[in-house]
Design a binder for this molecule. Structure first.
Ligand code: NDP
Length: 480
């Protein structure tokens, strides 16, 4: 309970800070606006409750339609409308929870915990340019800088080497194991997703890792969904955000795709070029994530989001099931693309990836060198800004106005969206099912852009306005 008192005190201190105003024109905004909201308006609350109630069913729907309706999204709705099917009959046909799947999933998650906690990174010692091992995170709102053991790439490599060794030599289990247990795995991932979110929620009240970085609102649903603790940890090194976002979800992403490819091979005797494209493009994205895991410590997920259901359940369920819809679709609908179509998809995916990676790289380089670098062959231009952290400390920062960051304020999202569209387009135009991903990513990234800009505006005040005057567009120059 002392911890709650400390957190409340921190809250009051922030509020006092904000009402006192700042020491300079750039610090007049409330430090308490950093991170997620302190107060919940009715719109946010309705959205939170709607998401809590519908998201698990949405995931079930997209997986179930493949299992029962060959990935037709409209067919179950038509059957429900005409009375041919009922919610009960659909539910009854879905494979249920099995203890065998629970064992498989327990082994999987435990293995990832062991790799994360017990195998310190050695890859950074022999891979030139790779930043692994112990790394600093960004400053938290309370002014702390956490340390992280970055060993995601190593975990990914070990896991995939074992997968390969099993598929080629040992044959302990079938490479289609993930596909064959897909819906029972959905129940297991939900159990973990809800357990970890609930644990993080209770932990925030009883034994938070850093009480000064907790945010409480009067609304229990909002607290549960958006999280209270900023960087919950068990012990010194088990960081919830880094573990759940990176592993088991993102390590699994490429294995899930490989399992889908293996299923195509088993069912049809060949693997389609669309399946290969989806596997390759998504593997580039996943490997990029792990290669740049240290950079990920500076992204919004780690720097600004609190750990609640949104991240906990999202990482365990939403990500592995909905980010892999294209591969799932292609198992049921083995699309073979014309050479021109396949080349266009590959080009879109690679150009999208180039923009995404280069934009992120430019910001990382710019921030690491404090602007003393070369962007597109020139010294970068920038706007100097200042802000206050929750402990009252005054800090300085820079917002770059050249390179990709001078073209639009979030061209990394634009590149990400181009890549996402390429995955969907690889599935042809037979069904809308695989296109859910681009719709979702557009909503996610546009919302994220607006949310981030609101936060930056609160953090940097008038300096942010100077930046948006200098770079007026968000995602598409001249349009948005
Ligand atoms: P960014 O990496 O774009 O980070 C935004 C932050 O960068 C801002 O809050 C601000 O932080 C700083 N910043 C903003 N403008 C500038 C500038 N001009 N110069 C220097 N710094 C600036 O956002 P995300 O963390 O959301 O995304 C990282 C990547 O991850 C993106 O490429 C995105 O596409 C991807 N992503 C993918 C998701 C997926 O599900 N596949 C989900 C979310 C993200 P500060 O307070 O430090 O100034």
């Amino acid at each position: 309970m002392d911890q709650i008192a400390v957190a409340m005190e921190a809250t009051q201190r922030r509020q006092k800070l904000s009402s006192n105003g700042g020491a300079s024109e750039t610090t007049e905004e409330p430090a308490g606006q950093w991170g997620r909201a302190w107060e919940v308006d009715w719109f946010s609350l309705s959205a939170v409750i709607l998401l809590l109630c519908t998201a698990p069913f949405l995931v079930f729907f997209f997986v179930m339609v493949c299992d029962q309706y060959q990935c037709s999204v409209s067919q179950p709705l038509v059957e429900l409308y005409s009375g041919e099917a009922t919610l009960r009959s659909i539910w009854d046909k879905a494979p249920s929870f099995t203890w065998t799947t629970a064992q498989i999933y327990t082994v999987w998650v435990s293995f990832q915990v062991v790799l994360y906690m017990c195998v310190p990174d050695i890859t950074h010692k022999f891979l030139p340019g790779y930043a692994g091992g112990v790394q600093d995170g960004a400053r938290t709102p309370a002014g702390l800088i956490n340390k992280y053991e970055i060993n995601g790439l190593q975990s990914w490599l070990i896991t995939h080497a074992l997968w390969y060794a099993n598929a080629q030599y040992f044959h302990w289990f079938s490479p289609t194991i993930i596909f064959d247990n897909w819906i029972p795995l959905l129940w297991c991932t939900n159990l973990l997703g809800y357990a970890v979110s609930t644990f993080a929620f209770v932990k925030a009240y009883l034994f938070p890792t850093n009480a000064e970085d907790c945010k409480f609102t009067g609304n229990v649903f909002y607290n549960y969904m958006m999280g209270i603790e900023f960087n919950p940890r068990i012990g010194k090194w088990f960081d919830f955000k880094l573990f759940f976002n990176g592993r088991p979800g993102i390590v699994a992403w490429t294995l899930i795709n490989l399992s889908y490819a293996a299923k195509q091979q088993e069912l049809y005797g060949y693997v389609t070029n669309s399946m290969i494209l989806v596997n390759v493009l998504q593997a580039i994205y996943v490997l990029d994530f792990f290669w740049n895991e240290a950079w990920y410590l500076k992204t919004i997920d780690i720097c600004h989001d609190h750990f609640g259901w949104y991240l906990g359940w999202g990482d365990c369920v939403w990500l592995p099931f909905l980010y892999t819809l294209q591969g799932l679709y292609l198992v049921y609908n083995p699309v073979q693309l014309s050479t021109a179509h396949a080349a266009a998809v590959l080009l879109l995916g690679l150009v999208g990836y180039y923009i995404f990676r280069s934009t992120n790289h430019q910001k990382d380089l710019f921030r690491r060198t404090e602007g003393k670098c070369s962007i597109w062959g020139k010294k970068p231009t920038f706007i100097e800004c200042a802000y206050r952290s929750g402990d009252g400390g005054l800090h300085h920062s820079k917002l770059m106005t050249s390179g990709f960051w001078g073209v639009a304020r979030h061209l990394n999202y634009t590149g990400d969206l181009m890549g996402s569209l390429a995955y969907c387009a690889a599935c042809g135009f037979g069904h809308i099912h695989p296109y859910f991903y681009i719709v979702y990513m557009t909503i996610l990234l546009v919302h994220r852009c607006v949310r981030d800009e609101h936060r930056c505006s609160s953090k940097y005040g008038k300096d942010w306005k100077r930046y948006t005057d200098a770079v007026p567009y968000r995602l598409l120059p001249g349009i948005f």
